[in-house]
Design a protein around this ligand. Sequence first.
Ligand code: SF4
Ligand code: SF4
Length: 350
Amino acid sequence: MATMECSPCQSKKKPLVRRTDKDVSQLLRRWAQAIFLILNLWIGVQFFFFVRQFESGVGSGWTRPAGVEGWLPIAGMMNSKYLFLTGEIPAIHPAAMFLFLIFVGLSLLLRKAFCGWLCPVGTVSEYLWKFGRSTFRRNWRLPRWADIPLRGLKYLVLGFFVYAVGFMSAESIAAFLRSPYGIVADVRMLNFFRYLTGTAAIVLAVLLIGSVFVRNLWCRYLCPYGALMGLAALASPLRIKRNPERCIDCAKCAKACPSHLPVDTLIQIRSAECIGCMECIAVCPADYALGLSIPGAKPRYLHPRAVAAVIAIVFFGVVGYAKLSGHWESPIPDIMYQRLIPIAAEVGHP
Ligand code: SF4
Ligand code: SF4
């Protein structure tokens, strides 16, 4: 990507030249991924010690990080519906809603930028397939007859959750999230990973090992969150666009694309699988041949710094608003956690 905004339609008379400017998209993206991964690890550590103090009965002063609710996307979906139906910010797990709306909002603005720039699962997945590629000099791709139906799996899982939440009224959403099960949903999530069952451990191991060989195995085939982001991204005004006047048909973009999109043969990428990672742009050797295009009569490419800035402004802006307005933390007293955390495994679904 050029270091300045360019106008592909006006650049027809320019000669085709090798690109000499340095692309910063991948540097910025790796920083965003690293910061978000570290943030999630820190939240995990805080939450673990918060839970442990109630399990052991020895208070250690750890407070619950509300950001853990980013791992409760179904609660986020429920609370977003509650906000839509009542106009009120829900009391329990409001952070789940704010984070859910941030990630959907980013997808509406910048394709699946959440998947490509922020999601810690996507980051780990990316490092696994890149490790596989550097070790075995290649990644494997499922045959088309398997790839297409398997990609539909994540939409099926998403459809199940949308169906379940779609039938809930505002009252039933509030009752569910105020129930003991709703309150300790995050503790149950932690326990799932702490006390993996044999089956879960095998599935996790298969996914981890498979991700070394197949690019973004979990994200491409199974992640319902990614499926939702992909559907939201279809409405995004931004998309990767190729200028055939400038393109030298080297196919480097298609080879680099983690979503196996035929970037080199299309004029624009509309696919719900595009994660907005800009890897295709980073490897493109031709000036002004490829970019994340802003719509308009005079098409312009968005600079990677602008993408990073929008992500930061939306994320910190919304989280800041939620914190400053007192809608970030769930007002659950410690006495409730004292009662529920030790029995979280037995708390039944309401
Ligand atoms: S088309 Fe480009 S931005 Fe989209 S997933 Fe492929 S490499 Fe990433
Ligand atoms: S990387 Fe893709 S867009 Fe860029 S010159 Fe090669 S084929 Fe064309």
